[in-house]
Write a protein that binds this ligand. Structure first.
Ligand code: 4NP
Length: 158
């Protein structure tokens, strides 16, 4: 990977629950660490394209002081695999879907968010969409732990 400005894309299924929370946590942690990066999120599916995050995800982020109400969902596109240096899946299905979608000239490093957290390698972040508020709080905690670890790894690599 050539040096330069990191570009990090967080990916889940719908881009309305987990990946917007991961994007928000990473924006917050990157800012705190002084890491300059392009940051975005997307879904492997396009059903919610243009929608704001799920109201429960918005409330979870807001409880941490972060307003994600203006995020808009979008689907992963082939150009993402060239634009981003890191593509970060929330679960093993997202990871498999991304690997299947990746073009031959994919330059991005593709992994799951919790792969970057010692002791949690290979762990998925469960989809909270059909769950309750506590599932969104768990998602947020995983997003923050993963974001901190990834910020450290990318910062160390520069
Ligand atoms: P996300 O959650 O992948 O964390 O955004 C989901 C949101 C919506 C759907 C599935 C997962 N859905 O099927 O509409």
């Amino acid at each position: 990977m050539s040096p330069g400005r990191p570009a990090v894309l967080f990916v889940c299924l719908g881009n309305i629950c987990r990946s917007p929370l991961a994007e928000a946590a990473f924006r917050f942690e990157a800012e705190k660490a002084g890491l300059d990066a392009e940051i975005d999120s997307a879904g492997t599916g396009g059903w919610h394209a243009g929608d704001p995050p799920d109201p429960r995800a918005q409330a979870t982020a807001l409880a941490a002081g972060i307003d994600i109400s203006r995020y808009a969902a979008r689907k992963v596109v082939p150009a993402d695999f060239r634009r981003f240096t890191h593509i970060v899946a929330m679960d093993s299905q997202n990871l498999a879907d991304l690997r299947a979608m990746a073009p031959a000239d994919c330059g991005a490093h593709i992994a799951m968010l919790l792969d970057h957290v010692p002791g949690r390698e290979g762990a998925s972040i469960a989809d909270p969409y059909y769950g309750g508020e506590e599932n969104f709080r768990d998602t947020w905690e995983d997003a923050v732990v993963g974001a901190r670890a990834l910020v450290r790894i990318i910062s160390d690599g520069q």
